[in-house]
Design a protein around this ligand. Structure first.
Ligand code: OFO
Length: 161
Protein backbone atom coordinates (compact mmCIF):
# COMPACT_ATOMS: atom_id res chain seq x y z
CA UNK A 1 0.00 0.00 0.00
CA UNK A 2 1.26 3.46 -0.91
CA UNK A 3 2.30 5.55 2.11
CA UNK A 4 0.58 8.79 3.09
CA UNK A 5 3.81 10.74 2.73
CA UNK A 6 4.24 9.47 -0.84
CA UNK A 7 0.63 10.34 -1.72
CA UNK A 8 1.23 13.85 -0.31
CA UNK A 9 4.46 14.20 -2.26
CA UNK A 10 2.75 13.05 -5.48
CA UNK A 11 -0.04 15.55 -4.88
CA UNK A 12 2.61 18.27 -4.53
CA UNK A 13 4.03 17.08 -7.84
CA UNK A 14 0.59 17.24 -9.48
CA UNK A 15 0.53 20.90 -8.46
CA UNK A 16 4.08 21.39 -9.79
CA UNK A 17 3.15 19.81 -13.16
CA UNK A 18 0.09 22.04 -13.55
CA UNK A 19 2.25 25.03 -12.57
CA UNK A 20 4.75 23.98 -15.24
CA UNK A 21 1.89 24.01 -17.77
CA UNK A 22 0.91 27.46 -16.59
CA UNK A 23 4.51 28.75 -16.77
CA UNK A 24 4.89 27.44 -20.32
CA UNK A 25 1.60 29.00 -21.34
CA UNK A 26 2.90 32.29 -19.97
CA UNK A 27 6.06 31.81 -22.06
CA UNK A 28 3.88 31.05 -25.12
CA UNK A 29 1.99 34.30 -24.58
CA UNK A 30 5.22 36.29 -24.21
CA UNK A 31 6.56 34.65 -27.40
CA UNK A 32 3.40 35.45 -29.37
CA UNK A 33 3.36 39.05 -28.15
CA UNK A 34 6.97 39.43 -29.28
CA UNK A 35 6.36 37.80 -32.70
CA UNK A 36 8.30 34.60 -31.95
CA UNK A 37 5.59 32.37 -33.40
CA UNK A 38 7.76 29.24 -33.48
CA UNK A 39 8.44 29.60 -29.76
CA UNK A 40 4.74 30.21 -29.19
CA UNK A 41 4.03 26.85 -30.84
CA UNK A 42 6.85 25.15 -28.85
CA UNK A 43 5.51 26.39 -25.51
CA UNK A 44 1.87 25.61 -26.27
CA UNK A 45 2.89 22.01 -27.00
CA UNK A 46 5.10 21.99 -23.90
CA UNK A 47 2.19 23.20 -21.76
CA UNK A 48 0.00 20.39 -23.16
CA UNK A 49 2.68 17.84 -22.27
CA UNK A 50 2.88 19.15 -18.72
CA UNK A 51 -0.87 18.70 -18.31
CA UNK A 52 -0.43 15.12 -19.49
CA UNK A 53 2.34 14.64 -16.90
CA UNK A 54 0.00 15.92 -14.19
CA UNK A 55 -2.85 13.67 -15.38
CA UNK A 56 -0.59 10.60 -15.37
CA UNK A 57 0.02 11.23 -11.65
CA UNK A 58 -3.71 11.79 -11.02
CA UNK A 59 -4.56 8.49 -12.73
CA UNK A 60 -1.82 6.66 -10.83
CA UNK A 61 -3.15 7.81 -7.46
CA UNK A 62 -6.62 6.63 -8.48
CA UNK A 63 -5.20 3.28 -9.58
CA UNK A 64 -3.62 2.71 -6.17
CA UNK A 65 -6.79 3.78 -4.39
CA UNK A 66 -5.39 7.08 -3.10
CA UNK A 67 -6.87 10.58 -3.19
CA UNK A 68 -5.63 13.04 -5.85
CA UNK A 69 -6.09 16.68 -4.85
CA UNK A 70 -6.86 19.42 -7.35
CA UNK A 71 -4.27 22.10 -6.56
CA UNK A 72 -4.52 25.84 -6.22
CA UNK A 73 -1.95 27.23 -8.63
CA UNK A 74 0.41 30.13 -8.07
CA UNK A 75 0.75 32.83 -10.71
CA UNK A 76 3.51 32.09 -13.25
CA UNK A 77 6.35 34.49 -14.14
CA UNK A 78 5.58 36.63 -17.15
CA UNK A 79 8.39 39.22 -17.17
CA UNK A 80 10.89 37.88 -19.67
CA UNK A 81 13.60 40.01 -21.25
CA UNK A 82 14.45 38.07 -24.42
CA UNK A 83 13.97 34.72 -26.15
CA UNK A 84 17.29 33.64 -24.61
CA UNK A 85 15.96 34.54 -21.17
CA UNK A 86 12.75 32.54 -21.75
CA UNK A 87 14.59 29.36 -22.74
CA UNK A 88 17.23 29.69 -20.00
CA UNK A 89 14.47 29.97 -17.43
CA UNK A 90 12.71 27.00 -19.03
CA UNK A 91 15.90 24.95 -18.66
CA UNK A 92 16.30 25.99 -15.01
CA UNK A 93 12.68 25.05 -14.43
CA UNK A 94 13.18 21.59 -15.94
CA UNK A 95 16.26 21.03 -13.73
CA UNK A 96 14.10 21.83 -10.74
CA UNK A 97 11.46 19.34 -11.92
CA UNK A 98 14.18 16.69 -12.33
CA UNK A 99 15.29 17.16 -8.73
CA UNK A 100 11.68 16.90 -7.57
CA UNK A 101 11.21 13.65 -9.50
CA UNK A 102 14.46 12.31 -8.02
CA UNK A 103 13.14 13.13 -4.53
CA UNK A 104 9.98 11.14 -5.28
CA UNK A 105 12.09 8.19 -6.44
CA UNK A 106 14.12 8.39 -3.20
CA UNK A 107 10.93 8.36 -1.14
CA UNK A 108 9.59 5.33 -3.00
CA UNK A 109 12.94 3.58 -2.40
CA UNK A 110 12.82 4.30 1.31
CA UNK A 111 9.23 3.01 1.44
CA UNK A 112 10.18 -0.09 -0.57
CA UNK A 113 7.22 0.82 -2.78
CA UNK A 114 8.29 -1.02 -5.93
CA UNK A 115 5.11 -0.24 -7.90
CA UNK A 116 5.47 3.51 -7.41
CA UNK A 117 9.18 3.29 -8.06
CA UNK A 118 8.47 1.53 -11.36
CA UNK A 119 5.81 4.11 -12.26
CA UNK A 120 8.24 6.98 -11.57
CA UNK A 121 10.87 5.62 -13.95
CA UNK A 122 8.85 7.02 -16.87
CA UNK A 123 9.39 10.53 -15.44
CA UNK A 124 13.09 9.89 -14.85
CA UNK A 125 13.54 9.11 -18.56
CA UNK A 126 11.25 11.95 -19.61
CA UNK A 127 13.31 14.48 -17.64
CA UNK A 128 16.47 13.54 -19.55
CA UNK A 129 14.59 14.41 -22.77
CA UNK A 130 13.02 17.56 -21.32
CA UNK A 131 16.35 18.97 -20.16
CA UNK A 132 18.03 18.09 -23.47
CA UNK A 133 15.31 19.77 -25.49
CA UNK A 134 15.71 23.07 -23.58
CA UNK A 135 19.50 22.83 -23.36
CA UNK A 136 19.85 22.37 -27.14
CA UNK A 137 17.81 25.51 -27.81
CA UNK A 138 19.68 27.54 -25.16
CA UNK A 139 22.99 26.53 -26.77
CA UNK A 140 21.83 27.44 -30.28
CA UNK A 141 20.62 30.81 -29.00
CA UNK A 142 24.02 31.34 -27.35
CA UNK A 143 25.73 30.68 -30.69
CA UNK A 144 23.70 33.31 -32.59
CA UNK A 145 23.80 35.81 -29.68
CA UNK A 146 22.09 39.05 -30.77
CA UNK A 147 21.83 38.19 -34.50
CA UNK A 148 18.19 38.83 -35.46
CA UNK A 149 18.52 36.57 -38.51
CA UNK A 150 19.94 33.75 -36.36
CA UNK A 151 17.26 34.11 -33.68
CA UNK A 152 14.48 34.13 -36.28
CA UNK A 153 15.91 31.01 -37.94
CA UNK A 154 15.88 29.18 -34.60
CA UNK A 155 12.34 30.44 -34.00
CA UNK A 156 11.24 29.12 -37.42
CA UNK A 157 12.58 25.68 -36.49
CA UNK A 158 10.55 25.73 -33.27
CA UNK A 159 7.38 25.99 -35.40
CA UNK A 160 8.01 22.41 -36.50
CA UNK A 161 7.71 20.86 -33.07
FE1 OFO B 1 8.66 19.38 -18.09
O1 OFO B 1 8.38 18.01 -16.92
FE2 OFO B 1 6.78 17.51 -16.40
O2 OFO B 1 7.43 16.09 -15.45
Amino acid sequence: MISKRLVDAINDQIKAEFESASLYLSMAIWSARNSFFGAENFFIKQAEEEKEHAMKFVKYLLEVDAQPIMPELSKPDSDFSSLQDVFKRGLEHEKLVTSRINDLVKLSDEDEDYATNDFLQWYVTEQVEEEKSFRDIVRRLEIVKESAAGILRIDDNLAQR
